[in-house]
Design a protein around this ligand. Structure first.
Ligand code: BES
Ligand code: ZN
Length: 623
């Protein structure tokens, strides 16, 4: 049995550094900070200080029948004067041959550790320029999801440490490289990558890709399927399967506005195009910020553009994350907290403060709830700086990195004023573009460039945020007026002072509906739910966030009329953010049998990211 939290993984740590000094415009001050010792990445065997990959040529053929990829990866490397080997991370790959400058090389594959995989150690000399590895992936490789049949589809999810299950690589966010790829796929499909992409199918089924900006391995991505492209703006477009392309074109028509707003806030978009690919519903996340091509769940197609904040989020990663990258997964908040902040600012710029404050209020509500839960389980997991050594980095994907991170930045904004804060952020992205950042270096940068007096530093209480539990006393309390009104209506409804038909459900935005439903507490009865559903036909909503919030309450209150919809939702949708609370609600309410029954029908449709979590939740063996 594999239990992610109790693993004891012992492996040699990699000292990370010195890669990606693209930008020569750094000031002396910034350079001094960048020269500080970097944090160690506990989740990679690579030793980039000895030998580092600068460029990858990936030549691959995708086989849907065997669910494998045959590939040759050729790396351009740079090594120290006494380098003897280069170490790549691999997991469950079949290595066929390794060559150096075209000649067979000696190599060794170390012991395999859960999640981490093995080191592929290749003997080199300091002069070695080119190393190549010929290999085959395994059908069950954790990064992949293969959809069978007529709608055959393949997509990868590399973050956090799954790139090594489909490409041998120095799988650490601190190592950046450029890449070119040539990918052969069945001729009824098109291939797309986190790179310059085709917009049309070709009859040979061979596609060439170029990523000229250096990126970390967790941003390597591939998707193969019967997709079409529609342009929605000068630099923006959508890819989706034929059944969804019209809906996607409508839903994401405002992408160019988001891009323009983002550039207006924090500087030029550095990746040329920004496109979005709608994936099968099995995609385990809402979105993934693969450079130039965000991967997104179809569950954000609501028909009314109400869920575009997710696009704002993934777009924001083009700065926070993709341009300035967390050095290790312990620094994950530098990616996600900044991105949630930036997302809210884009939403405010395009849709107004009222909307963005509703989103911020929901984020705050979620944070309070999750901080409480995590404090019960493992209080140090509420630190912004995470402690993921010997653990699956996936464990770090909680509201702490996202929403506590957001609150920290919002507090900084409120402390120094928006004008100053915006200037600071813009400069931060510029000066550190194509570099890594860890928590200590960020604090040094922050103190040198924003919190320049002791008074400001005291006011900000930085270490209470970074290495302290829960929420510091200077955490902003966010409550939008409209959300407050929802709470009032909810209260009067529970007191029978407002009757169900007078709830302004039909005038509400999705945020207000979501808030209303997720407010539901012990005072709500099954009859109340029935009345709500009769009045507003909530079960037929096209908004999956609202449906999710409803289904969770339906489970708590045993609203069996919702159960067929619940099963359909869980069998078709593989987004972990929805799955975990729904399965958990069934367990908490003594409906484990139903949970197991639905899971037995659904599991085969889920991505490994989801099954690892659900297997553990439901107490099943992972293997
Ligand atoms: N980069 C994340 C997804 C991720 C994080 C994948 C860690 C694997 C490991 C992405 O940007 C993200 O945060 N997605 C969110 C959406 C969002 C609006 C908060 C999601 O999928 O729910
Ligand atoms: Zn994100």
């Amino acid at each position: 049995m594999r239990i992610i939290n109790t693993l004891t993984v012992v492996f040699s740590a990699a000292i990370l550094f010195g890669c990606g000094n693209q930008n020569s415009t750094n000031t002396k001050k910034t350079q001094a900070i960048l020269d500080m010792k970097r944090a160690t990445d506990q989740h990679s065997y690579s030793k980039p200080s000895e030998s580092v990959v600068k460029h990858l040529e990936w030549d691959a053929e995708v086989h849907f029948d065997s669910k494998t990829i045959d590939a040759t990866a050729t790396y351009t490397v740079e090594s120290s004067d006494d380098a003897e080997r280069i170490i790549l991370d691999i997991r469950e790959l079949n290595i066929k041959s390794v060559k150096i400058d075209g000649v067979d090389a000696s190599y060794e594959i170390g012991e395999e550790m859960p999640f981490i995989g093995s080191p592929l150690s290749i003997d080199i000399s300091p002069e070695t320029k080119e190393v190549s590895v010929e290999y085959t992936t395994q059908p069950g490789a954790d990064a992949f999801l293969w959809v069978d049949g007529e709608d055959a589809f393949l997509f990868t999810q590399s973050q956090a440490i799954l790139a090594r299950t489909w490409i041998p690589c120095q799988d650490s966010p601190g190592v950046r490289f450029t890449y070119n790829a040539r990918v052969k796929v069945p001729s009824n499909t098109m291939a797309l990558m986190s790179a310059e992409n085709p917009t049309q199918r070709n009859s040979e089924g061979v596609y060439d890709f170029k990523m000229t900006q250096p990126i970390p391995s967790y941003l390597m991505a591939l998707a193969v399927g019967n997709v079409e492209f529609r342009s929605v703006g000068e630099h923006t477009g959508v890819y989706a399967t034929p059944d969804l392309i019209d809906a996607a074109e409508y839903e994401f028509a405002e992408m160019e506005d988001l891009l323009v707003a983002a550039e207006g806030l924090y500087g030029k978009y550095r990746w040329e195009r920004y496109d979005l690919l709608v994936l099968p519903a099995a995609f385990p996340f809402g979105g993934m910020e693969n450079p130039r091509l965000t991967f997104a769940t179809p569950t954000i197609i609501a028909g009314d553009r109400s869920l575009v904040s997710l696009v704002a989020h993934e777009l924001a990663h083009s700065w926070s994350g993709n341009l300035v990258t967390n050095s290790t997964w312990d620094d994950f908040w530098l990616n996600e907290g900044f991105t949630v902040y930036f997302e809210q600012r884009i939403m405010e710029a395009v849709y107004g403060r009222e909307i963005s404050e509703m989103l911020a209020s929901l984020s705050y509500q979620g944070l309070i709830k999750e901080v409480e839960e995590i404090m019960d389980l493992n209080p140090s997991d509420t630190h912004l700086r995470l402690h993921l050594k010997d653990r699956n980095p996936d464990d770090g994907m909680t509201a702490i990195a996202y929403d506590k991170g957001y609150m920290f930045l919002r507090m900084l904004e409120e402390t120094v004023g928006r004008k100053k804060f915006d200037l600071f952020l813009k400069e931060y992205f510029n000066k550190n573009a194509f570099q890594v950042m860890d928590t200590d270096n960020f604090i040094a940068y922050l103190n040198a460039n924003l919190l320049t007096t002791e008074e400001l530093q005291d006011q900000a209480m930085i270490y209470d945020w970074i290495d302290g539990e829960g929420l510091p006393s200077n955490c902003p309390e966010v409550m939008s007026d409209r959300i407050k009104k929802v709470d009032n209506i909810f209260y009067f409804w529970t007191q029978n002072d407002i009757v169900t038909k007078n709830i302004p459900w039909n005038e509400w935005t999705y945020q207000e509906r979501y808030r209303f439903l997720s407010n539901t507490n012990d005072e709500i009865t099954l009859e109340d739910l029935e009345e709500l559903n009769t009045q507003f036909d909530i079960l037929s909503t096209g908004n999956n966030e609202v449906l999710f919030a409803w289904l969770e309450q339906a489970i708590f209150k045993n609203h069996t009329e919702s159960y067929p919809r619940l099963e359909e939702f869980l069998v078709n949708i593989g987004r972990r953010k929805f799955l975990t609370p729904l399965y958990r609600a069934m367990l908490e309410t003594g409906q484990k049998e139903m949970a197991l029954d639905i899971y037995s029908k659904a599991r085969g449709n889920y991505h490994s990211v989801a099954t690892v979590t659900m297997d553990e939740l439901l107490g099943l063996d992972s293997e």
